[in-house]
Structure formats: structure tokens, C-alpha cells
Design a protein around this ligand. Structure first.
Ligand SMILES: Cc1cc2nc3c(=O)[nH]c(=O)nc-3n(C[C@H](O)[C@H](O)[C@H](O)COP(=O)(O)OP(=O)(O)OC[C@H]3O[C@@H](n4cnc5c(N)ncnc54)[C@H](O)[C@@H]3O)c2cc1C
Length: 459
């Protein structure tokens, strides 16, 4: 059977759903969203649901600020049904020698933020040294009337005054303020339901092929045998971005990394229920008893558990009311693998994450001998080499991409959907559009920059 639509969107993850919403809002008619899975279930329900405008890259910063503006607008329009808060990200270190660099990096980020969105007023860096400082802790709920910019708290006493659960070894804590978390599922449902009210149709099927005639999109073939004619096709296939790109004969330069996350019941109430996202910014050795360390070190298979682990273990409380859940993530071993489902898990992850987090939250050691039951899951970061997402036209007339949003697809979804809609509807593109187009790789200057990637793979 053959039928027709103006736009076919392949993939109803958070990016596809957001694209459908902003296209419909831009007045584009006759949109079909196709997914073989239930919307928002493959990667988009696996995230930690956090957001930040704290980026070391001007393009990312501008896109994220726009995205956060749009999320706030959506929260206002929906009565904040997705519980967007602005508790911030707290980066904590026990290493005095890192303080000058922390201040320098923070000032640089705020200067970039100012340059990227002067009208927004990026805010300042406020450094607090004593108890009578003007530091304003974040309110646990809501996102209005919070200070912009960032705060740095110096000295263990001051840090523990506001965050008493943190280690007394902490010497500095950077609190990035335009940041927090939300319910990604509920935000996605607001986007999807509104898009459907605006006329977007959803079809449960797999896109098996894209017809391209004379270098133009002509239609798609679905797994249910239907052929849908369409002049516009959007690849929003998440971890299958590359495979769907091949259907168009276009190479999408992305790869997939496996990332896990664990939830525990913190029945001892160690992590403050009002805490921001807590990030341990120092590398570390995992805490073991002497005999455990000796035994692990003597076996080639377990020796790595006694070797240095990277910075970046993070946690946050999850859920309101009586919830005791905490989420933990720590990317101590990056695994580049082709996406397979169900996602391969790692039984050692919960214990390693708990031990690692105890560097920042020492009371967690009480769980070492009687670990709470972990709930482990994970998904894939689909990413480009320089960790900038892809939004814009592909080199086939009528074909577009929105994806490769790595570990930041929830926070960037609204900004990315809005940008894709501007490309397709032909409205004025924002200044950051070129930074996210596939065509950036055709620029020899950009290729040169790629040789100087930062630690995070971020330009
Ligand atoms: C552990 C973890 C923690 C994370 N934490 C955060 C965080 O705190 N903040 C944040 O912003 N982001 C976070 N992320 C990243 C975020 O979850 C992703 O960037 C985002 O969900 C990607 O959305 P997507 O729409 O591109 O992909 P997906 O959600 O995977 O959607 C792609 C869809 O395309 C469909 N599809 C693919 N091929 C076809 C086909 N041929 N036909 C039909 N349908 C097809 C799939 O079925 C799927 O539904 C995290 C991710 C992980 C794994």
C-alpha cells in the first residue's frame, strides 16, 4: 500500500519527538513519526535526566541556553508537570592545587556564556571564603529566581555547612547554577502529546529503507509492507543513526559507547534529599581493606580494581516525598560497542560505583558489607568524535539528521528540535547552526581543529 506524508521522522526518542513538536509548532503539516518501539523507550528513558548550560564550547553553550529557555517555557506552559528544578551541579575536589585552575576554568566558561548569549546575562563567578558569605543555596523545587553564573565555596567548613554529607577532605566546591534535572519521560510526553494534538501522526513500524530518486528523498519502506511517499525524511534513529544513514547512502560519522547507571535505596539517608547533582572531581583509588587489596592485586583479572580510577563519579537523589532512591553513574571504563539490546550490563558496576562515591560521601562505607539491592540499567551514547551533536540537512535533497546527542540528549532536545524545525521550515537560522551541521566536516579549518580535541573530546 502506498500513501503520502510531507515529513517522515524515523525515531521517536526524545530528539525525534522534540523535532516533531517544533516542526508542528512552526506550521509544518502532515508529519508522520515512525518508531518500531514505544516512543521514548530505547535510550531516552535511561538517562540521569540532568541539564546544564556549563559547557566549555561556545556552540554547545549557545544551543544549551536556548534549549533550557525552551524547557522553561514548556514547564511554564504545562504547570511544570515534568518537575524541572534548578539545583545545579556541584563539582567537589579534595585537591588544593586544583583551585586556581577551577577558578580560571569557571571564569572562562562564564565569559563564553556571556559571548554566546549576552541578553541572558551569564552571571558572575562568586567566590565564598567564610561563613558570613552571601552564598545562596538552591531551592529544591522549581527553577525561577535562582542566581545565575556559578559559586565556588572554599574550605571544608564552609562546604560542610551547606552540604554536611560531603567528606571533610573537600577543599573546594564549584556550584554551576543554570543546571538541575527533570523527568525526561514526562517532558517527552508533553512534547509528544502536544505534537499529536497539532496533527502529528505516530506509526508503530520499522523504517526498512529510504527511496532516493535523482538525489532526492522520494519515500520510505516500512516493516509492515507499506510504502510512504515523502519529500522530507528525518533520521532521528539514536543509536541506529549510522544504519539509517546508510539507507540514504550517507555516512554519518558517529560511534556508540555503552554507559550504565545504578539506582539504590539509600535507607540510611546519606545523600541529602535536597542535594544538587554531586560530582567528585578527583581521580582516586577505590577503598579496600588491606587483605582485600592484596587479594585483588595478586590476580591478573582483578588487579585493575586496585589501580587508579578517573574523576567524575556522580550521584543525585531521585524522586519526591518519601523516596529514598539515589542514582549513581561513573564512567570508569569506556566501552565502544555496536548497539545491542537488551543492553549488556556489568555486575561489578554497582559495587564499584558505591565504593567510588564514598570518596565524596564517606558514610556510604556503611553499605560496603551489606549492599542495598541495585537496579542497574544503561544505554548508548551515540556521539561524534568532538562530541557535538548533528542537526541539519544531509547531502541528499530532503534528508535531515537530528542525533548524536551523546550524554546530553535530554538537555539539548528542545534546542535541537527547534534548530531542525528552522532548517526545514526555512526560517532564520541561529548563529550556532553551522556548529552542528554535517557540512562542518567539509571545512578544512574545522578538520584542523579536530586535531586539538580536549579531554572530553569536546572542542
Ligand atoms: C546512562 C545514561 C545517562 C544519561 N544521562 C543524561 C543526562 O543526565 N542528561 C541528558 O541530557 N542526557 C543524558 N543521557 C543521554 C540521552 O539519554 C540521549 O542522548 C538521548 O536519549 C538520545 O535520544 P535519541 O532520540 O537520539 O535516541 P533514542 O532515545 O534511542 O531514540 C531513537 C529511536 O529511533 C528508533 N529507531 C531507530 N532505528 C529505527 C528504524 N529503522 N525504524 C524506526 N525506528 C527506529 C528507536 O527505536 C528509538 O526509539 C544519558 C544516556 C545514558 C545512556
Amino acid at each position: 500500500m502506498t500513501r503520502g506524508h510531507q515529513v517522515v521522522l524515523c525515531g521517536a526518542g526524545i530528539l525525534g519527538v522534540s523535532a516533531a513538536y517544533y516542526l508542528a509548532r512552526a506550521g509544518v503539516k502532515d508529519i508522520l513519526l515512525v518508531d518500531e518501539h514505544a516512543p521514548l523507550t530505547l535510550t531516552s528513558d535511561r538517562s540521569t535526566e540532568c541539564y546544564r548550560n556549563w559547557w566549555p564550547d561556545a556552540g554547545m553553550l549557545a544551543l544549551m541556553n536556548r534549549s533550557i529557555d525552551l524547557m522553561e517555557q514548556l514547564a511554564d506552559e504545562s504547570g511544570n508537570v515534568f518537575h524541572m528544578n534548578r539545583r545545579g551541579y556541584l563539582y567537589v575536589t579534595a585537591d588544593e592545587s586544583k583551585i586556581p585552575n577551577l577558578i580560571e576554568r569557571s571564569n572562562r566558561t562564564l565569559r563564553l556564556a556571556q559571548g554566546a548569549a549576552p541578553s541572558l546575562g551569564a552571571g558572575q563567578l562568586r567566590i565564598h571564603l567564610s561563613d558570613n558569605s552571601s552564598y545562596q543555596p538552591a531551592r529544591p523545587e522549581g527553577f525561577r529566581d535562582e542566581p545565575p553564573g556559578a559559586d565556588i565555596l572554599l574550605g571544608g567548613e564552609l562546604i560542610r555547612k551547606y552540604f554536611p554529607y560531603l567528606t571533610d577532605k573537600a577543599v573546594a566546591a564549584l556550584h554551576a547554577r543554570r543546571a538541575g534535572w527533570l523527568s525526561a519521560q514526562q517532558m517527552g510526553m508533553v512534547l509528544l502529546e502536544t505534537a499529536r494534538r497539532l496533527g502529528v501522526e505516530f506509526e508503530s513500524a520499522r523504517v526498512d529503507g529510504v527511496d532516493v530518486t535523482s538525489h532526492r528523498v522520494a519515500g520510505v519502506k516500512l516493516s509492515n509492507g507499506e510504502r510512504v511517499e515523502c519529500p522530507i525524511f528525518v533520521n532521528a534513529a539514536g543509536p541506529y543513526l549510522k544504519q539509517v544513514g546508510k539507507m540514504l547512502g550517507v555516512e554519518i560519522p558517529v560511534y556508540t559507547e555503552l554507559h550504565l547507571k545504578v539506582a539504590f535505596k539509600d535507607s540510611l539517608g546519606i545523600v541529602g534529599r535536597d542535594a544538587p547533582l554531586l560530582i567528585w572531581d578527583d581521580p582516586q583509588l577505590l577503598p579496600w581493606m588491606d587483605d582485600e587489596r592484596e587479594a585483588l592485586a595478586s590476580d591478573d583479572e582483578t588487579k585493575w580494581l586496585t589501580e587508579p580510577f578517573p574523576a567524575g563519579a556522580h550521584t543525585r537523589p531521585e524522586g519526591a516525598g518519601d523516596s529514598q532512591t539515589i542514582l549513581m553513574l561513573w564512567e570508569y571504563k569506556t566501552r565502544l560497542i555496536e548497539p545491542t539490546f537488551p543492553t549488556p550490563l556489568d555486575d561489578q558496576y554497582p559495587e564499584i560505583a558505591m565504593r567510588g562515591m564514598s570518596a565524596m560521601l564517606p558514610a556510604l562505607k556503611q553499605y560496603f558489607n551489606k549492599m542495598p539491592k541495585p537496579q542497574l540499567d544503561g544505554g548508548y551514547y551515540t556521539r561524534t568524535r568532538e562530541n557535538r551533536l548533528l542537526v541539519g540537512p544531509l547531502p541528499v535533497e530532503g534528508a535531515y539528521v537530528i542525533g548524536a546527542a551523546s550524554g546530553y540528549g535530554i538537555m539539548s532536545a528542545c534546542g535541537a528540535g527547534d534548530l531542525l524545525a528552522a532548517h526545514i521550515a526555512g526560517t532564520t537560522l541561529p548563529s550556532y547552526a553551522a556548529a552542528f551541521s554535517l557540512a562542518r566536516y567539509d571545512d578544512p579549518e574545522y578538520q584542523k581543529q579536530l586535531e586539538f580535541l580536549g579531554e572530553s573530546g569536546q572542542l
